[in-house]
Every structure is written in structure tokens, then in C-alpha cells.
Write a protein that binds this ligand. Structure first.
Ligand code: ADP
Length: 699
């Protein structure tokens, strides 16, 4: 009983165990089946995916590639070994991809990397490669699952955007558009094109290549030579010339050999073109508002890239921005030139004004204001004929020359409120009117008329004594007349006296020229003013007209002066001679000497013609005479007072005149006393000559 109970129990236990064992076997089988089914499902899933999927073992060796891999790469399962992907990645992207993979295998971190994947047709497309590790319960990496997603289009758009931004930057940075266009060309080559060339239309209608870039610089030289040898013709039905001519873009997605043949000039040209391996071409115009500035050409060659409409849009966008940059640079340059021209106009010494086609003044510069005294506000917008007095009559004498043509300046007078102003004018015509440039000739004109006066005066002054000498000599020589001894003496006296006058004139001319050239030597010494005055009075008395009385009014003694004695005598002599000469009706000429703190003053007073106050400065100018035509019959060269002023200036003395202009004049001369000259010679500036500065000088 007990045994049978035990047997039953054992049977039951055994069955139970068997059942348990069977159940466990069943479970494992089911699991394995399940696992197989799931793997197959995953693989089906992976194969159905548009992405490239692979798995690799913990060491990185590929264990599986999905169907898309084979479709994309064109590899056979035999070729797809553990390191197959190394052969598919673009050589340029390989170093980064390998480095990232090794880093990831070591760290076990998931990774992402962008690279170009080679397709079965040998083209490359950008992919985003990702890999994540699969770990067991213990956290060990069992295998990796990797994917590669095609991001080519996105990447291109991104690159294009980057290119546009970079080009925009480059274009905005510089105002030298040639340099900027080179930068744009450089930016365009690489991702976008293998070649990029920019041509601009020159003002003479020709176009020149301002920029060219290539991924391979050696090709640039090659292409340049090619272009020099076979310069593009303006009449070409396609290409840069056509794009510039028509303003229409060109796109040739696929350049075939059949296309090259008609484009080639000769067999050599064709060979050279073939060597460039041109694959795809685009040319877009640089189109400004109303004209075409040039064109940008993009060419793909070695990269095998084919341009499509998307690319053309990008190229056009690039061209649009480049055009803007060129226009801006041009506008800026024009503005700068205008500003520069305005600055030049404002600062130049010549008067400049612009008269438009209707005869109205459109520009009147600062010098024009200064020379004429007429302000811009008075003339701008007004007809030149009415705004400028005297212009109506003068205008015809200054016909405008064409731009760049030589012009002959014309001297014309303007009747201004301040008096007559002589100007030398040149005129240049341009499309909107005439530009006149003029210089103030008043001084030159005055100088010129003075020169003429001088020639007249000096020749008259020379001729009078010469005639007297000649006459006397002729009479003396006559054999037919027996001259009395007294008469002979008289004639000889005429010869002596008139020769003296002649030599005085010549001396004055020489002295004036020495003063001008700074060659006159001055010896400043201690001189007695009283003695000098007495000597000069005595000399003057030798030829004093009967109706003139010469008086010296001086103290018994005076301190010495520091001067050149000979020159001081000449000054006094000139003044006394003038006082006598310009007193045609006679009268008293008084020479007064007086001492002040540091100076000795000489005053020569006469009761003669007098000098109007307005002329009192000018009579000290060279050749200036109140009566140049000698209406009153009093001769002279106009040099005497100029010489006085210059001689005195050299010894820190000064000269001036006082006269009411109707009757009588007093000339004052101030010379430093001897002590004051030694102590105060450095302060010579205090003792400036009384006359105005010599404004005119003869060369
Ligand atoms: P000139 O050889 O003409 O006398 P100056 O230089 O000595 O030349 O004098 C310049 C001008 O000044 C003279 O032509 C004359 O008109 C005027 N002048 C000079 N001295 C007198 C004077 N004492 N009285 C009136 N006018 C004078």
C-alpha cells in the first residue's frame, strides 16, 4: 500500500518534471522562433526603409546592410564587406568620418556625422550618418545599428544660403567692386561650381573679365590663356556676350561634345575646350535698372555636378546682390567725386561758375564771391547776363570749348559796385551748359597798364635830356657858326646838367632793381642828421628855382642816427627835389629836424600841389605817379618814393605823408637814434615803413 503510494507519487513527480521539461523546451523553441521572426521582421522593416541601414559588431565591422545600401551604392553583397562603407564615403570627408567612428567605438556614445556618400553612378550626395549601440542586460555593447539619411537637398539649400550670406557680406564690405566680385567668385567655387568668372561691361562697350576662380588654380591660368587666344566675340549667339547683350540668363544642364564642336573656332580650340571637361554651365546677367552691367558665369567640370533650375535661381540671386554692390560702389564713387569736386571748388583760388542752357547761374563758388564781391545768393538761379554787370557784353568773347579741348583765356572787365574788375576767363561746354573759370586780373591789369605807363614815362624822361644833349652837341659841332665863348659854356653846361639827369634816372632804375632783388648793401653807421640835412639843402640850392625858398629848421645839435649815410642823403634829396618839383607855383620848402625819445624825425614841407588822401599810400608804390601822363608837365619815373620807402625799411625807419590834397604836403621820415638802434635793432618790426606794402613787383 505504502509502496504503491510511493510509486504513484514518484510517477507523478516524474511526469510533472517531464511536463515541466517539455514546457521549458517548448518555451525556448518558441522564443527562438519568436526571435527569428522578429529579426526577419526587423530586416524586412530595415529593407523597406528609404534610408541606408546597417549593423556592425562591437568592433565596428559591418555585419549587415539593408537593401537601400545596395541600391544606392550599386555594390554586390560580395563587395559589401565589413569595411565597405570606407569605400563609399567621399575621400574629403573620410578623415572626419573615421575619426568620429573611432571616438564613438571607444566611448560607446551614439554619433552623428555628415559626409558625402558615393552613389552607383559615381556621383556623391550628402548624408547624415548616425549610429547607436545595442547593449545586453549587463550593459555591454552587443552591436551597433547605423543609418545614413540623404540630406543632400537640405545641405545644398543650406550651402546656398551660406554662400548668399557670405557673398552679401563680401559685397557690402568693400566699395571696390572688382575686388569684391573676385571674392564672390572665390566663394562660388567649391560647393556650388568648379568655375566662376565675372565679366563687366566697360564704358567703351567692350567687356572685361574682372574675376575668375577655379577649384584648381592651374586651370585659371589655362582658361586665361585660352581666352586670350580665342577672345569671346560680341556676336556670339550664346555665352557671356549674348547674356550681356540680351540680359537673359542661360542654363545648360549637360554640356555635350556636340555642343562644344560648333562653339570651337578650330580644332585646337576644340581640343583645349575638351580638356576643360565642361559638364554643366550657367550664365546670369548683372542687371541694373536700365542696363546690363556684366555677367557671372558658373561652370561645373570635375565635380560632375549638373546645374538645375534651383541653381539658376541661386545664381540669379547672387547676381542681383552683386549688381546692387556694383551700383552702390558706383553711386558711392560718384558721391565721393562730387563731394571732392565740391571741396575743390570751394577751396580753389579761381572763381568758377556754371551757367545752364537757359543762361542761368547754377553754381557760384567761394572764390567767385571773393573776387567779385557778389554773393552766391545774389546770382544763383538768376540769368548771368543780368546778375553779372558787364557779362552780357563780355560773354560772346568767351566761347565755350568742348570738354577736354584747349581753351584760350580771355581778359574782360566786369563793372562791379566796387569798381572795374578785370578777369581772365576760360569756358568749357558740357552737356548741361557751360563752366566758366576766372582769375582776378585787376592787379595784373593795373601792373600791365603801369608797365605801359612806365615805358612811356621813362622813355619820355630819357628823351628830354637826351634831346637837350643832342641839340647842344649838334650846335657845338657846327663849323659854319662861330659860337661865342659864353654860348659855348652855356651849351656845355646843358650837356653836363642833362647828362646828370640822365644818370639820375638810370641810377634810380638800377637802385630799384637792386632793392627788388635784395642785392643792395646797407651799411648802418653812426651819422649826424644835421650834417646830412645841411649837405642836402646845400646841394638842392645849387639848382633851386627862383620862386622857391628852401629853409632848414633844426636845433643846434641832435643825437646821432643809425643809418646808411649815403642812402639817408638820397632819401632827403628825393623828398626835397619832389617838394620843389611839385611846387610849380613856387613857395617855401621847409626841412624840419626834431628828436623824439628814440628817433630823429625829418619833415619836408612844401606848399605845392598836395596829395589827395586816397593816393597817399599808393604814391610809395613802384612806378606810381598821380599824373602818369604828365598833364601838368612835371616829369618823373615814379620810383623816388618807392626807393625812399625801401631804403628806410632797411634801417628800421619809416616814411609817410600828410596832406589835405589841395595845397601842400609834408613828408615825414623817422630814423632810429644811434643808441636805440643798438639796443632795439631786434625790435625792427616796430618801425615799419609807412607806405603800404609793395603790391606790385616787376620781374
Ligand atoms: P616821381 O618820379 O613821379 O616824382 P616819386 O616816387 O618821387 O616819383 O613820387 C610819386 C608821385 O607822388 C609823383 O608822381 C607825384 O604825383 C607824387 N608826389 C611826390 N611828392 C610830391 C609832393 N611833394 N607834392 C605832390 N605830389 C607829390
Amino acid at each position: 500500500m505504502l509502496r504503491s503510494k510511493v510509486t504513484v507519487f514518484v510517477d507523478l513527480w516524474t511526469k510533472n518534471r517531464r511536463l515541466q521539461e517539455q514546457a521549458s523546451i517548448l518555451h525556448e523553441r518558441k522564443l527562438a522562433e519568436l526571435e527569428r521572426a522578429s529579426e526577419a521582421r526587423y530586416r524586412q522593416l530595415a529593407d523597406a526603409m528609404p534610408q541606408i541601414v546597417w549593423t556592425s559588431n562591437a568592433g565596428g565591422g559591418a555585419t549587415y546592410f539593408n537593401r537601400r545600401w545596395f541600391e544606392y551604392t550599386g555594390m554586390t553583397p560580395e563587395e559589401a564587406g565589413p569595411n565597405a562603407w570606407l569605400a563609399a564615403i567621399h575621400p574629403d570627408d573620410l578623415p572626419t568620418a573615421v575619426a568620429r567612428r573611432e571616438q564613438t567605438l571607444a566611448s560607446g556614445e551614439p554619433y552623428e556625422v555628415e559626409y558625402r556618400f558615393r552613389a552607383h553612378d559615381a556621383t556623391y550626395r550628402w548624408h547624415l550618418g548616425r549610429a547607436v549601440p545595442m547593449r545586453d542586460d549587463a550593459g555591454r555593447i552587443e552591436f551597433w545599428i547605423g543609418t545614413a539619411t540623404d540630406i543632400h537637398d537640405r545641405k545644398i539649400i543650406e550651402d546656398q544660403r551660406t554662400l548668399i550670406v557670405a557673398a552679401g557680406d563680401a559685397l557690402a564690405r568693400s566699395l571696390d567692386y572688382r575686388e569684391t566680385l573676385s571674392q564672390v567668385a572665390e566663394l562660388a567655387v567649391g560647393e556650388f561650381a568648379d568655375w566662376c568668372a565675372v565679366h563687366v561691361l566697360e564704358t567703351d562697350g567692350t567687356f572685361s573679365e574682372v574675376a575668375v576662380a577655379h577649384t584648381d588654380p592651374a586651370k585659371v591660368t589655362f582658361a586665361r590663356e585660352l581666352q586670350e587666344r580665342y577672345p569671346p566675340s560680341h556676336e556670339q549667339p550664346t555665352g557671356v556676350a549674348a547674356v550681356i547683350r540680351t540680359g537673359r540668363a542661360e542654363l545648360v544642364a549637360e554640356i555635350t561634345d556636340e555642343m562644344l564642336e560648333p562653339a570651337a573656332v578650330d580644332e585646337l580650340h576644340l581640343q583645349l575646350l575638351r580638356r576643360l571637361e565642361l559638364r554643366s554651365y550657367m550664365c546670369v546677367p548683372l542687371k541694373a535698372r536700365d542696363h546690363v552691367l556684366g555677367a557671372i558665369t558658373f561652370i561645373s567640370s570635375a565635380s560632375g555636378r549638373r546645374f538645375g533650375t534651383e541653381d539658376l535661381l541661386l545664381a540669379e540671386e547672387l547676381a542681383r546682390r552683386a549688381t546692387m554692390a556694383i551700383e552702390n560702389a558706383r553711386l558711392f564713387r560718384q558721391a565721393q567725386e562730387r563731394a571732392q569736386a565740391a571741396r575743390v571748388l570751394a577751396t580753389i583760388g579761381d572763381g568758377v561758375f556754371l551757367v545752364d542752357r537757359s543762361g542761368r547761374i547754377r553754381l557760384w563758388n567761394a572764390a567767385a564771391e571773393r573776387i567779385t564781391g557778389i554773393t552766391e545768393a545774389d546770382v544763383l538761379g538768376h540769368p548771368a547776363a543780368s546778375a553779372l554787370p558787364g557779362w552780357a557784353a563780355a560773354e560772346a568773347r568767351v566761347p565755350p570749348a568742348g570738354p577736354g579741348k584747349p581753351t584760350r583765356p580771355e581778359s574782360i572787365p566786369l563793372e562791379l559796385a566796387s569798381g572795374e574788375v578785370w578777369i581772365s576767363v576760360v569756358a568749357v561746354g558740357y552737356e548741361e551748359g557751360t563752366v566758366y573759370a576766372f582769375r582776378d586780373l585787376t592787379e595784373e591789369h593795373a601792373l600791365e597798364s603801369m608797365r605801359q605807363d612806365l615805358v612811356a614815362t621813362v622813355s619820355h624822361e630819357l628823351r628830354t635830356p637826351l634831346a637837350a644833349i643832342y641839340g647842344a652837341a649838334l650846335t657845338l659841332r657846327r663849323g659854319d657858326v662861330d659860337l661865342e665863348a659864353q654860348m659855348r659854356d652855356k651849351l656845355l653846361e646843358v650837356v653836363v646838367e642833362e647828362s646828370g639827369r640822365l644818370s639820375e634816372i638810370v641810377n634810380d632804375l638800377l637802385l630799384a632793381s637792386q632793392l627788388d632783388s635784395g642785392k643792395l648793401r646797407v651799411t648802418i653807421e653812426r651819422c649826424d642828421p644835421l650834417e646830412i640835412a645841411q649837405l642836402e639843402l646845400a646841394a638842392a640850392r645849387t639848382h633851386l628855382p627862383q620862386n622857391v625858398e628852401l629853409v632848414l629848421d633844426a636845433p643846434q645839435s641832435l643825437p646821432p642816427v643809425a643809418a646808411d649815410a649815403g642812402q639817408l642823403r638820397q632819401v632827403l634829396s628825393n623828398l626835397i627835389d619832389n617838394a620843389i618839383k611839385y611846387s610849380p607855383d613856387g613857395g617855401t620848402v621847409t626841412v624840419t629836424l626834431a628828436a623824439s625819445a628814440h628817433h630823429i624825425q625829418f619833415a619836408v614841407r612844401d606848399a605845392g600841389l598836395g596829395i589827395p588822401p586816397v593816393e597817399q599810400r599808393r604814391i610809395f608804390e613802384k612806378f606810381y605817379r598821380l599824373d602818369p601822363h604828365m598833364a601838368r608837365g612835371i616829369g618823373g619815373t615814379g620810383l623816388g618814393l618807392y626807393i625812399c620807402r625801401e631804403l628806410l625799411r632797411r634801417v628800421n625807419g619809416r616814411i609817410w605823408v600828410e596832406s589835405e590834397g589841395v595845397k601842400g604836403a609834408t613828408f615825414f621820415v623817422e630814423v632810429p637814434q644811434e643808441q636805440s638802434s643798438t639796443s632795439g635793432a631786434a625790435g625792427g618790426g616796430r618801425h615799419r615803413a609807412g607806405g603800404g606794402p609793395g603790391r606790385m613787383a616787376l620781374a
